[in-house]
Write a protein that binds this ligand. Structure first.
Ligand SMILES: [Zn+2]
Length: 142
């Protein structure tokens, strides 16, 4: 399955990872489509990492999650997934990430070393997704 990601989202994810290092950044991936199907990630929304060990783990601010789900129900963009960075690791799910897998079919983007990889929380482990970069946005052209 191939998902689409805008070039603006990829730029935001790399910038957020750089900004947060040596701690993990985290946030939400919004767009069109529904969990488990093809979709297009159009927006990355940074959230506070409220983990007590932010250089090793991430925990998305639950208020940010709540607000995004509420907006989605009101007709806004869908919550397609989540992102976080591995400041010293690789863009693959860690043992901690696997512990936090819920099998909700959402997309996990992991940023490490300037690379962004996309995974599906399939309920039977994480499966890497192929993605296609689409579109340009104003931020990239400026
Ligand atoms: Zn992780």
């Amino acid at each position: 399955m191939v998902i689409e990601v805008t070039s603006g989202v990829l730029a935001t994810l790399r910038a957020e990872a750089d900004r947060a290092a040596p701690e993990e950044c985290c946030g939400l991936l919004l767009g069109s489509g529904e969990p488990g199907r093809e979709g297009r990630i159009e927006t990355a929304v940074p959230a506070a990492n409220i983990s007590g060990q932010p250089h090793l783990r991430f925990e998305i601010d639950p208020l940010a999650l709540l607000a995004a789900h509420k907006a989605a129900r009101a007709g806004g963009p869908q919550v397609l997934g989540y992102y976080h960075s591995h400041p010293l690791g690789h863009p693959v799910p860690s043992a901690v990430d696997c512990e936090h897998s819920t099998g909700d079919l959402r997309i996990w983007a992991i940023i490490a070393g300037g690379h962004v990889a996309f995974w599906r929380d399939s309920g039977n482990g994480f499966q890497e997704l192929t993605f296609r970069t689409v579109g340009k946005d104003c931020a990239e052209q400026s």
